[in-house]
Design a protein around this ligand. Sequence first.
Ligand code: DC
Length: 242
Amino acid sequence: MSMRLPVSNPDNKLPNIAIDGPAGAGKTTIARMVARQLGFCHIDSGAMYRAVTLLALERSGESAVADEGTAYLIARDLDIDFLTGTEGDLRVMVQGDDRTEQLRSNRVDRYVSVVASMGDVRKELVAKQKELAEDGGVVMDGRDIGTHVLRGAEVKIFLTAAPSVRVYRRLRQQRQKGVHLSWDEAEDTVVQRDRIDSTRRISPLKVAVDAVTIDSTHLMRRDVVSQIEFILASVIRCPNGG
Ligand code: DC
């Protein structure tokens, strides 16, 4: 199914779509597909926390990655851009360099939840996220987009999947990059990140009251995308009220 949606609202702004959910639910892939389908801009907010973690690791090493002062300064000065690669894939530019692959490394995976639980880092990155979405037409995926960053988003999706499927997707994703994890290793990173992300004090992962939950355990990606487009169509009014 392909569609361009007639949009009508008082500010003449395109709607925003928030997609939240646990690790390995497929948020970034789905957000990317929805954005391409609609001609919207895709903002992967997790990549912003990953970028701060990567730069903190490079600057201070694993022993000092939890230093809040350093992480805050990195977040404050973060220069991040989301571009489309030649294959239609998402390329993430950090301080002017394409760091897409490094952002998804195991080392970043291990520490990113710790960095993402720092209040000052979140404040800086949330401000940037809000700014990026202020003109509408954005699909943003993360953990607190519907509950905090874009509370007014026209469409809010909570995308989830059974834990074993999420671990399997994580294994497959790493294997495609030539990294071979055991099931236990993949399970550890997914479970541990879920625990930290949903129990942290500031903006923990939770379902927004006005979000629609989609369980993708038994769904093809294109079916998830169709469901989101359907939900969007149901909240958009045509100029003639139709
Ligand atoms: O979506 P992801 O796996 O790339 O996210 C990386 C980490 O960043 C994840 O552990 C949770 C955190 N995160 C967050 O706290 N808030 C967001 N809006 C996005 C990601």
